[in-house]
Design a protein around this ligand. Structure first.
Ligand code: DQA
Length: 149
């Protein structure tokens, strides 16, 4: 079974109660439930992790034994060299997702420090961003397994 780690960055624990016009009304539990359902259909198993702390996210990425990582780095997307370096050091694919379209928002959100070292990025599809990112991540993992055969 393919093992995935899903990381939610700062303030995503407030989903459902936070800026509903931008992020929708789903809670993090709703989103995790949907990710689990889609992952199950695709034969994958997910561990979920949320933290508001940069160093904890760095440690989680470093220590992960998952086959791939789906991450919404939230505000750290735009500021964290440390998370970027942790992603860059990882030898499994990491896919970045955002609920909102970060390129259609304030200018400081237009730059992702993570995207250049991620396998791919999905932005702007609401909770669907996670499912699209998950499918993309699984396809990259499957392609790598095929190539290694
Ligand atoms: C976000 C976009 C970020 O700019 C913001 O800081 C977030 C959420 C998103 O999912 O749209 O916290 O990552």
């Amino acid at each position: 079974m393919t093992r995935l780690l899903v990381i939610h960055g700062p303030n995503l624990d407030l989903l459902g109660a936070r800026e509903n016009d931008i992020y929708g009304t789903d809670t993090i539990e709703d989103i995790n439930g949907e990710i689990s359902r889609v992952a199950g259909e695709e034969g994958a198993d997910c561990e979920f992790y949320q933290s508001n702390h940069e160093g904890d996210i760095v440690d989680k990425i470093r220590d992960s034994r998952a086959d791939g990582i789906l991450i919404n780095p939230a505000a750290y997307t735009h500021t964290s060299v440390a998370i970027r370096d942790a992603v860059s050091a990882k030898n499994v694919p990491v896919v970045e997702v955002h609920l909102s379209n970060i390129y259609a928002r304030e200018e400081f959100r237009h730059k992702s420090l993570i995207a250049p070292v991620a396998a791919g990025e999905i932005s702007g599809f609401g909770r669907n961003s996670y499912c699209l990112g998950l499918k993309g991540l699984l396809s990259i993992i499957a392609n790598r397994k095929d190539a290694a055969r």
